[in-house]
Ligand binder design. Structure first.
Ligand code: ZN
Length: 99
């Protein structure tokens, strides 16, 4: 399912923030992908951490944010309904600005 011009073609540093386990392609699920931003859900098969990763492309380059999530994969449907991930991105943006 290769989409040309999609941000998912960007080489992502996909290491588990908890145990440094290198994710394989099969561990990465795309939740949302649009022009300039993509959200991925990663499931570490080593330490069982769930990681939410947001990749944003801007004039400044590619920004990637990883968040350890306690969401199970089965909750992904809920995320889409409530747009929680969008609020998370905004919160993270504020957090980074205040740093
Ligand atoms: Zn891990």
């Amino acid at each position: 399912m290769a989409k040309p011009n999609s941000i998912s073609n960007v080489q992502i540093a996909t290491k588990c923030p908890m145990c440094d386990f290198k994710f394989s392609k099969d561990d990465i699920k795309t939740i949302d992908s649009r022009e300039g931003a993509a959200t991925f859900f990663l499931n570490c098969s080593k330490c069982k951490s769930s990681v939410m990763m947001v990749i944003m492309a801007s004039a400044l380059g590619i920004t990637s944010i990883s968040m350890v999530s306690d969401l199970a994969e089965r909750d992904l449907g809920k995320i889409e309904e409530t747009c929680v991930e969008y609020d998370d991105v905004l919160e993270m943006h504020k957090f980074l600005k205040n740093k």
